[in-house]
Write a protein that binds this ligand. Sequence first.
Ligand code: TRP
Ligand code: SF4
Length: 460
Amino acid sequence: MAADVQIDPWSSQQYTDYARLRDEFGIEPIDPVLEELDDPPPIFRRNIVFGHRGIQPVVRAIRYDEPWAVLTGLMPSGQMHFGHKMVLDQVKYFQDLGAQIIIGVADLEAYATRGIGLEEGREIAVEEYAKNYLALGLDPEQAQVYFQSRRAAVQRLAFLLGNRVNWSTFQGLYGFDGETTMSHAQAPLVQAADILHPQLPGFGGSRPILVPVGVDQDPHIRLTRDLAEATRLFSIKPTEEGLGIFVKAEEDETNLRRVARRLEIAEDDVVPELLDRAQGVLEEIGYSDLEQNVGYRALYAKGAPAGDRLAIDLPLAKLEQELGELGFVAPAATYHRFMSGLTGDKMSSSVPESAVFLNDDVETAEGKIGRSVTGGRPTAAEQREKGANPYKCPIFELYLYHLMPDDEDLTDIERQCSGGEILCGQCKGIAKERARALLEEHDAERDEMDKDVERLVRYD
Ligand code: TRP
Ligand code: SF4
C-alpha cells in the first residue's frame, strides 16, 4: 500500500481536481461502465458519480441476476442535507437493479471522532437519516439499517481483520501518530468490517458488494480491498498459457495449517487437497484443459483469457468459505463529487447557511437560496451583456444534482445563464419554486414513515 496522507477522511478539506484524483489514486472512469447499465439516473449521466474501483463483478452480478449488495455508512451527526441525498439516489437505483441495501450507522466512529454519544447517535440516525431515506423512496423491503455498536459480527470481524494490517500502514494511510486515540485508530477496521460483513456466512456469503462514497473515503476503500484480498486462500494471475490459480503462501503458513486442522488432514496434504478442490470448482464451471503443479502450488487453466478471472474469483471465494475461511471478494466502490455550499465554501451540516437541509421548512430553504452566492456578474447590465458562469454557481449545482432531473431543462438554464438571458434573481426564483415542491412532497412522505422505520432499523 502506497504511503500517502493526501486524502484525509476526517478533515474538512474539499477536493475539486477529480481528474487528478482519478489518475493519481487509480480510480477508474465511470463512463465505460454506464454503457453496461440500464437507464442510469442523472447522477451518473452527468458525471457526478465520476469514477469507480473494481465495479466489474457488480456489473456481472446484475447481468446474470446473481446476489449482490450495496453497503453504505452514515455518520449520525448533524442534519441530513442535499449533499447526502446523492448517495441515496444511487442506492435507490441499485435497489431497483436488485441489490440488497445495507446501511451502517457509524455510531462508533462518530463517538471516536466527533464525541457523539451512542444514544444520541441512535436518535439522530433514526429520526434524521432513516426517516428521510424512506421519504426519499428507499424501499424498506430488501434494505436494513444497523448500528456499528450493536452488530457483534461487525466488531468481531474488525478484530479479525486487524490481524492483517499493522500500525505503520495506518500511519501512512491516515497520518495516525502517537496522539491518535485507540478508538479513533479502530475506526477504519470497523468500517472495513462494515463493508465486508455482508459476505459472512449468515449475512449473504461471498458476493459482490458496492460502496458508494465521496472521494474522502478512498483510503478506507483501498484498505478494505487489500484486507479482502488478504483473507483469500487462492490468487488468480494471468500466465503465459492462460490463467494460474495459486494457493497463497502466507507467512508461517498459518492459513494452511488452520485449514489442515479443520479438514483433519496432514499439513503436507493441504496444498494438493486445495488444488484438487479448486480443480473441481473449475470443472464445474466448464473448464477442461486443467493442469496442476503441486510444487508451484498452482492450477493452470490453459487457454483461459484474462477476463475469465471474474468468472472464477467468486466460485473460489465460496469454496474458501466452505473450508471455514473468510473468502471475501474485493468490494467495489463508486465515487461522487461533492456539492459546493451555498456560501461558496464546503457544504457542511455544521454550517446551516451552506446547505438546504431536508428538514428545513420552505421559508428557511428559500431564504438560504435567496442569500446564496452565484456565478453572476456585479450588475444586471454586465450580466446581460457578458453572461454569467453556471459552473461556478451553487444554484446551478442544485439544478445539476437535484432540482432538474430533466436534461433539457438543465441545458436550457445553462444556455440562458451563460448567454445572459436570465438574471440570478429570476433564476433563484425557479430554484426556490423547485425546492419548495421537493420539500413539501418530502415532508408529507416523511410523516408517514413511522411504521416503515421499524421495519428498516435493526438493533442486532
Ligand atoms: N466513515 C464514513 C463517513 O465518515 C462513515 C462510514 C462508516 C462508512 N462505515 C462505512 C461509509 C462504510 C461507507 C461504508 O461518512
Ligand atoms: Fe447561477 Fe442562475 Fe445566476 Fe447562472 S443565472 S449564475 S445559474 S443563479
